[in-house]
Design a protein around this ligand. Structure first.
Ligand SMILES: [Ca+2]
Ligand SMILES: [Ca+2]
Ligand SMILES: [Ca+2]
Length: 257
């Protein structure tokens, strides 16, 4: 039985060896649809699905043109011509934001990337904080501390997560301070992480005792870090079956191809 499992694992390794990442289609991650007036914005109330792919939550959020200017600041988009202000126009509610369900593979490891835009000016714009909640989990804040007085500065963040369902909910919320009427987000993307050698936790091309500590960490907290390589059988999450395969490989001296 074990030999069969190992054969399956080897076949999977050969199949996946061609690439290290697989793009997951997130809909309208750059907030380019619908088109808003050049130099202006459109505010969308909670429940709206007018921003293609997304549903507005909380009170409101605004899609803003990259040529919009206020308080001497040009609010240029990071990608394309538009971005979204999760703070909305007037509410500035911390409950406001946008949500989307994306198709995922159970046990799959994904990198979620996005840009947070900050500017400082007019006594009302300060460095932005975008909060992220995955599958209704706790809000985690991502702050871009650089806020120029004449433009938006965009900072890239990447969060890795392990999917527990065939759909994963991604929700971005206004995490900026109460007196900061800016929470800029743009260019959201998701990439599936593929491990070239399951069990090689530290990526040194060998499967040996130096990988044990990280592997054990993934057994106890599979969503906490880079655990793509702990999913030995390529199915489900990281569980006792993966542990059995990992131990078997070490005992039998099976290392990377
Ligand atoms: Ca954009
Ligand atoms: Ca290794
Ligand atoms: Ca597994």
């Amino acid at each position: 039985m074990r030999a069969i499992r190992l054969a399956v694992a080897c076949a999977a390794v050969l199949t996946l060896a061609g690439g290290s990442a697989e793009a997951i289609p997130i809909v309208n991650g750059s907030f380019e649809v619908p088109t808003v007036p050049s130099g202006g914005f459109i505010n969308y109330a909670a429940g709206s699905t007018a921003i293609t792919g997304w549903t507005v939550v909380g009170v409101d959020s605004s899609v803003v043109s990259g040529s919009f200017t206020q308080s001497g600041i040009v609010f240029e988009a990071r990608d394309g011509n538009q971005w979204i202000d999760l703070a909305g126009v007037t509410s500035n509610s911390s409950s406001s934001g946008v949500t989307q369900n994306v198709a995922t593979t159970i046990g799959g490891v994904y990198d979620l990337s996005f840009y947070v835009g900050s500017a400082t000016g007019g006594g009302i714009f300060f460095p932005s904080t975008v909060d992220l909640s995955i599958d209704g989990g706790p809000r985690v804040g991502f702050t871009n501390p650089t806020g120029p007085s004449n433009m938006l500065n965009w900072k890239l963040f990447t969060v890795q997560f392990t999917a527990t369902s065939t759909t994963t909910n991604i929700t971005f919320l206004n995490g900026s301070a109460a007196n900061n009427f800016l929470c800029a987000l743009d260019n959201v993307s998701i990439t599936g992480v593929i491990c070239p050698c399951p069990g090689d936790m530290n990526g040194d091309g060998l499967k040996n005792g130096r990988d044990i500590q990280q592997f054990v960490g993934c057994i106890f907290a599979p969503g906490a870090g880079a655990c793509a390589c702990a999913n030995m059988d390529g199915v489900g999450g990281v569980d006792s079956n993966d542990l059995n395969m990992f131990v078997s490989d070490l005992l039998n001296g099976v290392t990377c191809p």
